[in-house]
Design a protein around this ligand. Structure first.
Ligand SMILES: [Zn+2]
Length: 76
């Protein structure tokens, strides 16, 4: 599952392996590919990979900020 980089920390996530439910902020960091800026996020209960996010390009970051003024993302 691809997580939305901007909003997944505030979303309700459910683990398909063990049925853990919680906010994206509770997920554990898994493998991170520096070359691709892709990071796996793991379930805090069973440690299976739940999804991944890809770091946004500068243009995507600016676009999102323009379209979502004042919206917090959980990264602050
Ligand atoms: Zn799990």
């Amino acid at each position: 599952m691809r997580l939305n980089y901007f909003t997944f920390k505030k979303e309700d996530i459910e683990c398909s392996h063990c049925s853990w439910k919680g906010k994206g902020t509770a997920l554990c960091y898994g493998d991170f590919s520096e070359a691709h800026a892709i990071c796996d996020m793991n379930c805090p209960s069973c440690f299976e990979t739940i999804g991944f996010w890809a770091g946004p390009l500068k243009e995507e970051l600016e676009k999102w900020n323009r379209e979502n003024p004042g919206v917090t993302t959980g990264w602050e």
